[in-house]
Ligand binder design. Structure first.
Ligand SMILES: Nc1ncnc2c1ncn2[C@@H]1O[C@H](COP(=O)(O)OP(=O)(O)OP(=O)(O)O)[C@@H](O)[C@H]1O
Length: 258
């Protein structure tokens, strides 16, 4: 980390975005501090993935500003500081011919070109991140033979080999069974607390999430709430609106209290 940097991993200022003439994000401002673990929640179609794509520079800004580690996104070049794991990561079928070690090594491609040129240091790094996500005993297993939750850990390890300071996860627990979800969150806690990695987690698992995240942001085109987890839970309107029935809510609904 750079000594002269502020405490912000991500700073979003007055961001708006449209697909065609559909407003998807309106005047969103959000400060994500280094070391925090942010849960980003919102109904289907509320703009969560769009916000993440904008932060990752995958789609261009239209209005407003995003600052990553104190650099305007248009000038930002240190993309290795940011890792991303998507919901669709766990789609390997049982025939996929790559081991956990190999899949995680692919995360180094940007650094070393081809996997067969991995040096001792790189191999150790690959083993270390596999250890961090608790997959050491599966290191030589084929990825396709693992459960969805285990595959997702492997994808997190793959994102971790480039040693990101910020890791963004877009609904990583979709399709993962309840028992594995708990372990998955424990692993995220470890990365956040022990390794100091800032996390942004897009999720619909409100109940599980609030036991782990430090901060919550509720998005429904505009930002309805951003604050610490205790304040989110204390606000009954918010936790029920963004809770279990979130899939049924339409954009036209009214919801008070904030
Ligand atoms: N490439 C695109 N072109 C046009 N419209 C899009 C595109 N991507 C998303 N949208 C629309 O923008 C809105 C926000 O979508 P977005 O994927 O950001 O929501 P989300 O909160 O991530 O939803 P979900 O929880 O269902 O994943 C939706 O109405 C969606 O249909």
């Amino acid at each position: 980390m750079n000594e002269s940097e502020t405490n912000n991993a991500v700073l979003i200022n007055n961001l708006s975005f449209q697909y065609g003439n559909q407003n998807v994000l309106e005047n969103v401002s959000l400060q994500i501090k280094k070391g925090s673990f942010l849960g980003l929640v919102g109904p289907n179609g509320s703009g969560k993935s769009t916000l993440i794509k904008l932060i990752l520079g995958l789609i261009p800004l239209q209005s407003g500003e995003i600052t990553l580690f104190d650099q305007r996104i248009s000038k930002f070049k240190q993309w290795e500081r940011i890792g991303f794991v998507s919901q669709k990561a766990n789609s390997f079928n049982s025939g996929f011919p790559a081991t956990v070690f190999e899949v995680v090594s692919m995360g180094l491609y940007g650094k070393v070109g081809l996997m067969r040129f991995l040096n001792r240091k790189h191999k150790q790094l690959v083993r270390d991140v596999i250890e961090q996500v608790g997959m050491t005993e599966y290191i030589h297993k084929n990825i396709g033979e693992l459960s969805g939750g285990q595959q997702q850990r492997v994808f997190i390890a793959r994102a971790l080999v480039s040693e990101p300071e910020l890791l963004i996860l877009d609904e990583p627990t979709v399709g993962v069974d309840a028992a594995s979800v708990k372990q998955f969150y424990d692993m995220l806690d470890h990365l956040n607390r022990d390794n100091g990695i800032t996390l942004i987690l897009v999720t619909h698992d409100i109940g599980v999430m609030t036991d782990h995240v430090t901060d919550v942001a509720c998005l429904n085109k505009t930002l309805h709430f951003h604050g610490n987890t205790a304040d989110f839970e204390a606000n009954q309107d918010l936790s029920s609106f963004y809770g279990h029935d979130v899939h049924l809510v339409t954009h036209n609904h009214h919801h008070g209290g904030h």
